[in-house]
Design a protein around this ligand. Structure first.
Ligand code: SAH
Length: 397
C-alpha cells in the first residue's frame, strides 16, 4: 500500500479508540516504532496483530503522538489534502455569503484535517495550523484553500499556544495575495472589522454567530450586560435588536477599542446606548452589584478557563463565581446566556455549576435553551472533544 512508511505498533488492547475512528493516538498506547519518522511525517499505525488501523501524522513532541489522516488505505499527499479541504469548503457553501459573510471553512479533526482551522471573513481566509502534521502539509493546505475559495488573501495565524506542545514555533503573516485594510465581514446584517493578524484566535469568534441571533431575540427594550465582550459581537447584536442599553466589559483595551469602532461602523445602531468598560469581569460584577445595578439580559462568554480536565476544579470555581454574580444582577424574568468553551468542563458539569451558582445566589431559575456552536463548526461523532462550546439560556423566575 505505502511501502516504506514508518510503522507504529500498538500495545495489545490499545487499538479500540482508533477502531472507533477517534483520530488521536496517545504515546502510552505505543509498543514500538519501526523506522525514524520526522515530525509531521506520515506513519502507518498497526494493531498488535499487525492489522492496519490508520495513516497518521507523527508528532514526536506531543502526548498526542499521532493524528489520523485516514482509517482506510490511502496515499497521504497534496492531492489527498486538497480533496479534504475541498470537501470542507463545499460543505459550507449553503451557509456562506462568500462576498460579505464569515464562516469556519475547516474545523480540524471534525473535517478530517487534524490541527487545521480555516476561517473566512468576506474575501479573506485565515488559516491556523496547530499540529506537526498540519504544519508539514502547510504549502499544500494553503494552495488548496486558495484554489477552493478563490479568496483575495490568505493569512496564516499559526500562533496558538498548543503549537509549543508540538515543538513548533509560531508563524503569522500574509501568505497569499494582498490584505484589504480593514478586513470587514457581515454577520446577521452587522458589519465587523476583524484584526486578522493581531486579534484573538483568527480575529473573531464565528462559533457564536447563531447564539448572537438567539440572544438578540431577547434584547428588545432590555437593559443588557455583555461580559467578556471582545470586539462587541453580542453587544452589536443586542443593539440591532433594540436593546435599551448595553454595558460591555472586557479586560483588553484593544478589544474595547475595536468593539467601539465596530459600533461606529454601523451607523444604523445608536452608539449612545452603549457603554464600554475596560475592567476585570470578576471585580466589575461585584462593583455593579454594590452600585445597585440590575439587568434584564446578561451574556457571560469567558475565555477557556479549563483547557483540559486537569484544570476543571479551579475553572469550575471561576465559572461558578461569575454566574453567581450574574444571577444576582439579573432582574426577575430576565435571561442569562452563559457559556463555557472549556474542553475540561462537559455539559453535565456546566449545568451543575449553574445549579450551584443559582443556589448560592438564592434565585430560582430554569434552563430555557441549550446553545452550541454554529453549523460551520461540526462535531464528528467519533470526536466528542469537538463539542467544546456549551451554552445555557437561563430565565430567572
Ligand atoms: N463574547 C466574545 C468573545 C469572548 S472571548 C464575542 O462574541 O466575540 C473572551 C474575552 O474575555 C476576550 O476578549 C478577553 O480579552 C476577555 N477576558 C479574559 N479574561 C477577562 C477578565 N478577567 N475580565 C474581563 N475580560 C476578560
Amino acid at each position: 500500500m505505502s511501502p516504506g512508511l514508518p510503522i507504529v505498533r500498538l500495545k495489545p488492547g490499545r487499538d479500540r479508540s482508533l477502531r472507533q475512528r477517534h483520530p488521536w493516538l496517545f504515546s502510552g498506547a505505543i509498543a514500538a516504532v519501526e523506522g525514524s519518522p520526522a515530525s509531521g511525517a506520515t506513519v502507518e499505525i498497526r494493531a498488535a496483530d499487525g492489522g492496519l488501523l490508520a495513516l497518521a501524522a507523527w508528532s514526536p513532541a506531543s502526548q498526542i503522538r499521532a493524528r489520523a489522516w485516514s482509517f482506510a488505505p490511502a496515499t497521504i499527499d497534496a492531492s489527498f489534502i486538497a480533496t479534504r479541504i475541498r470537501r470542507a469548503v463545499d460543505a459550507r457553501a449553503a451557509m456562506l455569503d462568500a462576498r460579505h459573510g464569515g464562516a469556519r471553512l475547516v474545523h480540524g479533526e471534525s473535517d478530517g484535517l487534524p490541527g487545521v482551522v480555516a476561517d473566512r471573513y468576506a474575501d479573506v481566509v485565515v488559516v491556523q495550523l496547530s499540529s506537526a502534521g498540519a504544519d508539514a502539509w502547510r504549502d499544500a493546505i494553503v494552495d488548496a484553500l486558495a484554489e477552493a475559495t478563490r479568496a483575495s488573501a490568505i493569512v496564516e495565524r499559526s500562533d496558538a499556544d498548543v503549537r509549543a506542545l508540538e515543538g513548533l514555533a509560531s508563524r503569522v503573516g500574509v501568505v497569499r495575495g494582498t490584505l484589504p485594510e480593514p478586513v470587514v465581514f457581515r454577520e446577521n446584517g452587522i458589519d465587523y472589522a476583524v484584526d486578522v493578524l493581531g486579534g484573538q484566535k483568527t480575529g473573531f469568534y464565528l462559533d457564536q454567530r447563531d447564539n448572537r441571533r438567539i440572544v438578540g431575540a431577547h434584547a428588545a427594550g432590555r437593559r443588557v450586560l455583555n461580559a467578556f465582550c471582545y470586539t462587541g459581537g453580542f453587544t452589536l447584536a443586542c443593539l440591532a435588536a433594540g436593546a435599551e442599553h448595553v454595558v460591555s466589559i472586557d479586560s483588553s483595551a484593544q478589544a474595547i477599542a475595536q468593539a467601539a469602532a465596530n459600533l461606529a461602523r454601523n451607523p444604523a445602531l445608536d452608539a449612545s446606548r452603549a457603554q464600554w468598560r475596560e475592567a476585570d469581569v470578576f471585580a466589575e460584577l461585584r462593583r455593579l452589584r454594590d452600585a445597585g445595578s440590575s439587568f434584564d439580559l446578561i451574556v457571560l462568554d469567558p475565555p477557556k478557563f479549563a483547557p483540559t480536565s486537569q484544570h476543571a476544579a479551579r475553572a469550575a470555581r471561576a465559572y461558578k463565581d461569575i454566574n453567581l454574580w450574574g444571577l444576582k444582577l439579573l432582574a426577575p424574568g430576565g435571561h442569562l446566556a452563559t457559556f463555557s468553551c472549556s474542553g475540561g468542563i462537559d455539559a453535565t458539569l456546566f449545568q451543575k455549576i449553574l445549579a450551584g451558582a443559582a443556589q448560592d445566589a438564592r434565585v430560582d431559575a430554569s434552563i430555557v435553551g441549550r446553545l452550541t456552536a454554529s453549523a460551520d463548526h461540526p462535531v464528528a461523532l467519533a470526536f466528542p472533544e469537538g463539542d467544546y462550546l456549551k451554552g445555557l439560556l437561563i430565565r430567572r423566575s
